[in-house]
Write a protein that binds this ligand. Structure first.
Ligand code: 5RP
Length: 217
């Protein structure tokens, strides 16, 4: 089965968790795009969506799904998003699509976080996928030096990419993250870091791995 087919199956399976009247938190990426397309088929059953990126907002609106402001909705029942890596404890690396900060905000605001992935995202230990860190532009070099000193990982500036929040991304290579909660906490302390693409303190609650049939973990 192709990776895209796995993503489609994971995205469509997540619809089983959508209940009538819900405001659904929506992540970002190619797997989420399949979820949004499936959500469009049940759009009359939901009260709207909260979006984690301009990209997802555009897709939701193109289907006629209302996009709401998180400040107005309060806590959400459900958040559905993809991931770049997922460990056996449902801790994640995210941010391959540079939307990590808004994704983290919505994950925090949601009672249930469903992560939809294709099987190659499953790893025993996080860190093979370069860890995205969103930084305030003026702090880029400072944060890179601190991350190198603290972790030994090699931060690489994602040149040419500006996030929806007007910031920049460092991708940290060559990590093996055995204690993701500690790494998330420590990197978050560096002045200039906006957010770290580790979802360990607030991991996913349910992981759907695309396949025939999809696996629910
Ligand atoms: C965006 C993300 C995505 O969820 C992650 O990059 C996975 O993307 P895809 O579903 O395209 O493989 O974190 O910031």
């Amino acid at each position: 089965m192709s990776q895209n087919e796995s993503k489609r199956l994971a995205g469509e399976k997540a619809i089983d968790f959508v209940e009538d009247g819900m405001i659904v938190g929506v992540g970002t990426g190619s797997t989420v795009a399949y979820f949004i397309d499936a959500l469009a088929r049940v759009k009359d059953r939901i009260a709207g969506a909260v979006s984690s990126s301009d990209q997802s907002t555009e897709r939701l609106r193109s289907h006629g799904i209302e996009v709401l402001d998180l400040n107005a909705t309060g806590e959400l029942s459900l958040y559905v998003d993809g991931a770049d890596e997922c460990d056996p404890h449902k801790r994640l690396i995210k941010g391959g699509g540079a939307a990590l900060t808004r994704e983290k905000i919505i994950a925090e605001a949601s009672r249930k976080f469903i992560c939809i992935i294709d099987p190659i995202k499953q790893v025993p230990v996080l860190g093979k996928f370069p860890l995205p860190v969103e930084v305030i532009p003026m702090a880029r070099s400072l944060v890179a030096r601190r991350i190198l000193a603290m972790t030994g990982g090699q931060p690489v500036w994602r040149d040419g990419v500006t996030t929806d929040n007007g910031n920049w991304i460092l991708d940290v290579h060559n990590l093996s993250i055995v204690d993701p909660v500690a790494v998330e906490r420590e990197l978050n302390q560096i002045p200039g870091v906006v957010s770290v693409g580790l979802f360990a303190r607030r991991p996913a609650d349910v992981v759907i791995v695309g396949g025939q049939p999809p696996q629910i973990l």
